[in-house]
Design a protein around this ligand. Structure first.
Ligand code: IVH
Length: 686
């Protein structure tokens, strides 16, 4: 996941660089993909770390740091629109003392003039600007990077409660309101349950669902979602004069724009702290998800005096609530056996509603983590879900531990596997424990599902449930058995009609031609994922050559190293895996790689992809480049060899021109893949 600062040897410069890269990546996942991989609280912690390091080491500060920017570059899927005034983000306070320090600093700048504070709930939505020209909705634009956003007007017009016309007799020449688009919590839960029923992935939280729904290419799709708007701020205005933030909110509410009813303006900071504490107790009362309170200096003249940094105004701050915690009863600690045989303990507790969804299971990761937390069956435990989906057991409530739980002692990793009875062992110096039986039925199920999955052998029709049926019916007792299945085996199974069986068998047959790199991914070898599999396949070319290589030879392959080499060698030396590999080859599974024969064609090339290609998905284009020894990178620099410019390219195409980097269109890209050279007319791009 995220780089943790566990490496004491890492200097601040390197740490700052890593944090910047991580933060940019997380912002991209959050704003563009609507699919964050960490919680909001974890993101905030990374951001705070970076801000602290930059403050401690001013020599490392950089105007391009994420602390000086907001959001992320707009997606090329929508027209880019410059904001009339930048759309800033907010600084955070995590407790009362941070809030008071912020207020004191403002008081100092304002030389003790009395200040009134407007307190608003912090809606966890997608930031939007809605501009009305002479009373008519003209444009709705996402925040993007704060200066340039995406034009989503057609989609916003479909949202209930967003007026096409302001309800005023004499509309101002321009009124731009800023606000949030949100997915109401109740509808979100229902929609997520329905998705689960259909076998689709759940959205992490309402904000991601809102972001996904708002950024549909087809406005009809947005219209089907119950999105809502709430406005909280003023953008560019002409022909409207208001003295305060609260007066602005009143004016736009009177004009028919939705504003939050909970907002109030207070004279003293004790009341502000009480407002914050009060809403902290009732976080789930509003129809939208909220993660804090925004406190603003009400007077617009004072706001102007306070001003802003490049990313945040000084006149407003977001007080963020800590991740919500709840108590429940720990029923038991079970273990699961994964596809590599790794044994993972997990807690099962009485269902408890946390931050809008019901939790009852949480991983405890490994024996050390479980023992460190010292949670025991029968304990009352604290659980939380830090802003998204990953449930966590924080620890036991020791004051409520029953005597018999105390005397039972700490939980221990079982000595034998609950699925097959074989010994569970922990390797020296490692946190993970393993079931020692390579044929463990649970390991078989997990490894079969992985073997057939995307990125591995990609067998259509062989998902987790089918894998379970095949295992339970005794049709598959090791992976190679998949290639021994016949129609006679499958047709008698319940729910397996002619069509399903022939599709499954065709999928299995088709998978035999997957190249070596896919087979290496599919084999469930510890520490061998897609990237390592690719370098191994490229280096060795055939499975036989991989099997013949000793640990040092494997370790010397660029990107592998001694630890992965040892894990791979241990797999190859295990007699069951040896037999499995022999079986797969005998059953007709391909054991070499096409790429091996022409791996040097793009050796030393750095390629950037931008825009859509008609003959390749992004993954396929990347794979084709890597198969030939080239490297795909995300951003254009002087060192980039070529930029492949597809349909609707992003800003990278323009950057290539600026830097004089050659560009090719799709035909040129195909020629490059075939010949390893730029076509004569290639570059520079227009
Ligand atoms: S005012 C220039 N007020 O939270 C100040 N923002 O984490 C602009 N947000 O960028 C923000 N509720 O998108 C403001 N009542 C509220 C808000 C709010 C949610 C969002 C906004 C902001 C983000 C910062």
């Amino acid at each position: 996941m995220v780089a943790q600062d566990s490496d004491g040897a890492e200097g601040p410069r390197r740490r700052v660089q890593r944090l910047r890269v991580d933060i940019d990546q997380h912002r991209y996942r959050y704003y563009v993909l609507s699919d964050p991989s960490i919680t909001d609280a974890e993101f905030d912690a990374l951001y705070q770390q970076l801000a602290r390091l930059e403050a401690e080491h001013p020599e490392l500060d950089d105007p391009d740091s994420p602390t000086h920017r907001v959001g992320t570059a707009p997606s090329p899927a929508f027209a880019a629109v410059g904001h009339r005034q930048p759309m800033l983000s907010l600084d955070n306070a995590f407790d009362d003392s941070e809030l008071l320090r912020w207020a004191e600093r403002n008081n100092r700048i304002l030389e003790g003039a009395p200040v009134r504070w407007t307190c608003e709930l912090k809606v966890d939505g997608v930031a939007i600007s809605v501009a009305y020209v002479r009373g008519r909705l003209d444009r709705a634009v996402t925040r993007g990077d704060g200066r340039v956003g995406e034009d989503v007007t057609a989609n916003v017009r479909t949202i209930a409660g967003v007026p096409d016309y302001l309800e005023v007799d004499d509309p101002p020449a321009l009124l731009e309101a800023r606000g949030e688009i949100y997915y109401p919590v109740a509808e979100f839960e229902a929609m997520n349950d329905a998705r689960e029923q259909e076998g689709l992935a759940r959205f992490a939280n309402p904000r991601n669902a809102a972001s996904g729904a708002l950024r549909q290419k087809d406005p009809a799709k947005t219209a089907q979602r119950p999105l809502r708007l709430v406005c909280h701020g003023m953008g560019a205005v002409q022909g409207l004069s208001v003295p305060t933030q609260s007066a602005f909110l009143e004016a736009i509410a009177a004009a028919g724009l939705p504003v939050a009813e909970q907002t109030c303006t207070l004279d003293d900071l004790d009341e502000v702290c009480r407002f914050i504490a009060d809403w902290g107790e009732r976080r789930h009362a509003p129809t939208y998800e909220m993660d804090g309170v925004v406190v603003k200096v009400d007077d617009l003249g004072q706001q102007r005096r306070l001003g802003a940094t490049s990313a945040v105004p000084r006149w407003a701050i977001a007080y963020k609530y800590p991740p919500e915690e709840r108590q429940t009863k720990l029923i038991d600690i079970f273990v699961n056996v994964g596809r590599t045989g790794k044994v993972t303990p997990f807690a099962s507790f009485e269902p408890v509603l946390v931050a809008g969804s019901t939790l009852q299971l949480a991983t405890l990761h490994n024996e050390d983590q479980a023992r460190l937390k010292d949670v025991r069956p029968g304990d009352t435990v604290v659980v939380r879900k830090a802003g998204d989906v990953i449930p966590e057991v924080v620890g036991p409530v020791l004051s409520q531990r029953p005597d018999e739980v105390t005397s039972a002692g700490p939980w221990r990793m079982p000595k034998t596997c609950p699925f097959c009875g074989s010994a569970i062992e922990r390797l020296e110096g490692e946190a993970a424990s393993f079931c020692t039986n390579i044929d463990c039925p649970n390991r078989l199920l997990e490894s079969l599902a992985h073997f057939a999955g995307r990125g591995a052998m990609d067998i259509e029709g062989l998902g987790y449930e089918t894998a379970r049926i095949l295992r339970d019916q005794g049709l598959v007792s090791n992976i190679a058995d998949v290639y021994r299945l016949s129609a006679d085996d499958l047709l008698p199974l319940e729910g397996f009609g002619d069509k399903k069986v022939s599709q499954l068998l065709a999928g299995i047959e088709g998978s035999k031609t997957q190249p070596l790199e896919r087979l290496l991914v599919a084999l469930n070898i510890r520490m061998v994922g897609g990237t390592v599999a690719r370098v191994l396949a490229r280096h060795f070319g055939t499975l036989a050559a991989v099997r013949a290589a000793d640990t040092d030879t494997i370790a010397a392959v660029n990107g592998v190293g001694p630890i992965r080499a040892a894990a791979l060698r241990a797999f190859l030396d295990n007699p069951s895996s040896g037999a499995l590999l022999d079986d797969l080859a005998a059953l007709g599974v391909r054991t070499d790689t096409e790429a091996a024969q022409r791996s040097d064609l793009l050796d030393g090339w750095t390629v950037v992809l931008t825009g859509g290609l008609s003959g390749f998905t992004r993954d396929e284009a990347k794979q084709a480049i890597e198969d030939r020894g080239g490297k795909v990178v995300g951003s254009v620099s002087k060192k980039t060899g070529v930029v492949v410019v597809g349909v609707d390219p992003g800003s990278k195409a323009a950057k290539a021109v600026d830097l004089g980097v050659p560009t090719v269109d799709e035909d040129g890209f195909v020629a490059l893949l075939d010949s390893g050279a730029l076509p004569a007319s290639g570059s520079p791009a227009q």
